[in-house]
Design a protein around this ligand. Structure first.
Ligand code: NAD
Length: 437
């Protein structure tokens, strides 16, 4: 079966490579020619564990192709996946320009029946919007179906999430299109993946409900951590104990600097926004967003407090820039806001990240980038652990201590044990871990 994927970002490229691995004939399209030229050579635009091997295999075996020739890719495919970005627009509304562009292109070049499947996270009503745009530009009336197939993969674990998802959601109004979609995912039936088959509006709603719930869980535990900091309780014990209640569950109860990335921040705001347009006020979504915004400021206060209330003229070493480990994605990364605020207050920043430095160089000014963790410590007045990459979990703490101007660590990911750090002679603080100095 021929499929076409519009957009070769985290979702489009991973989906394309995985569908090729499932045995489909896949053509991935993008509007950036150099991205496509590189991909033809097997050079990836993103860091994602396991993706290089899959792309190489797909290219080698001839099932995965890359092109900017959208007309041809649309012509050949029965199913066209839309996987372009849907960034936040004004007031939290979703910027739909990339989805609209793709819909117009499909409409112009479609000459026989197609299934158009939206993988991008799009507000409720988008399936109808895509249909209307296609109908408006079609040179001749051709039958087509629009289905919603939201993607739930996580960057850093995207291949595993695509190959072994918790569930697949497909929303559509006609049985023929649904049958084609189920056929595409047939390898997942073998591993008994649950399928939720529903209408397009409900499928669009599911993705926002899922992300907002997860965002709420993070903001909830961050609020508990902030309270633990003040009343001298340990949020890890709180999280573990409440998480052992199966109605709550243990995942996503890890306190820190708040959520980031290209999904949660924009999706929570987008849901609140389109709900409001529909006349419904979603108070929990709004609160999750507000708590998350404030959390970054709290982290800056923590760092400042550890440097006697004033960071001006001080050098601060920051470990981790990406919004989470195993990705080079820095979109809405807490580290970026925290660094910018510390610079604003007069601090000099040294920073290291295993893969995200090139991306950070595009947006941060006046940061001294380092070659590893230890050179980041060297000559710094404090060390901030901002992203929990595995290699930051087992630092040689004696060496860290010797390299720092003073043994101060602010652990925004709760990687280390407060007692151990105290015993080693660090002035150490974490998030909600009874580590107040
Ligand atoms: P991205 O920004 O990494 O990639 C989007 C790609 O689309 C870019 O390469 C861009 O050049 C290309 N593009 C733009 N207009 C195009 C057009 N007209 N034709 C062809 N290509 C075009 O985006 P992403 O992170 O992959 O996210 C894509 C969508 O999936 C978003 O809606 C996002 O919310 C959703 N999503 C993302 C994740 C994630 O972890 N990143 C997870 C689930 C869902």
């Amino acid at each position: 079966m021929h499929i076409c994927v519009m957009g070769t970002g985290y979702v489009g490229l991973v989906s394309g490579a995985c569908f090729a691995e499932f045995g489909m004939q896949v053509t991935c399209c993008d509007i950036i020619p150099e991205k496509i030229e590189n991909l033809k050579e097997g050079i990836l635009p993103i860091h994602e564990p396991g993706l290089q091997e899959l792309v190489d295999k797909g290219l080698r075996e001839g099932r995965l192709n890359f092109t900017t020739d959208q007309a041809k890719a649309i012509e050949q495919a029965l199913t066209i996946f839309i996987a372009v970005g849907t960034p936040a627009g004004e007031d939290g509304a979703t910027d739909m320009r990339y989805v609209d562009d793709v819909a117009d292109t499909i409409g112009q070049y479609m000459h026989d029946y197609k299934v158009i499947a939206t993988k991008s996270t799009v507000p409720v009503g988008t399936a109808k919007r895509i249909r209307a745009r296609i109908e408006a530009v079609q040179p001749e009336p051709v039958e087509f179906s629009v289905v919603s197939n939201p993607e739930f993969l996580r960057e850093g674990a995207a291949i595993e999430d695509f190959m072994r998802p918790n569930r697949v959601v497909i929303g559509g109004e006609d049985q023929h299109a649904l049958a084609i979609m189920k056929e595409l995912y047939s390898p997942l039936y073998l591993i008994e993946t649950p399928f939720v088959i529903t209408d397009t509006t409900t499928a669009e709603m599911i993705k926002y409900a899922a992300n907002t719930f997860l965002a709420m869980k993070i903001s909830f535990i961050n609020e508990m951590a902030n309270l633990c900091d003040v009343v001298d309780a340990d949020v890890h014990d709180v999280a573990r104990a409440i998480g052992l209640d199966q109605r709550i569950g243990r995942k996503f109860l890890h306190p820190g600097p708040g959520y980031g990335g290209s999904c949660f921040p924009k999706d929570v705001q987008s849901l609140a926004h389109f709900a409001q347009e529909a006349g419904v006020k979603l108070q929990l979504a709004t609160a999750a967003h507000e708590v998350n915004q404030q959390q970054r400021g709290r982290m800056v206060e923590k760092i400042t407090a550890m440097l006697d209330g004033n960071v001006a003229g001080k050098t601060i070493g920051v470990l981790g820039l990406s919004f989470k480990p195993n990705t080079d994605d820095i979109r809405e990364a807490p580290a970026l806001d925290i660094i910018a605020e510390l610079q604003q207050q007069g601090a000099h920043i040294k920073a290291y990240d295993p893969v995200a430095i090139p991306a950070a160089q595009q947006v941060l000014r006046d940061v001294e980038y380092c070659k590893d963790s230890y050179s980041t410590c060297s000559g710094s007045d404090a060390l901030v652990l901002a992203t929990e990459w595995n290699q930051f979990r087992a630092l040689d703490l004696k060496r860290v201590q010797a390299l720092l101007n003073q043994p101060v660590m602010i652990d925004l990911r709760n990687v280390y044990e407060p007692e151990t750090m105290k015993r080693l002679g660090f002035r150490y603080t974490a998030v909600g871990r009874r580590s107040r100095q």
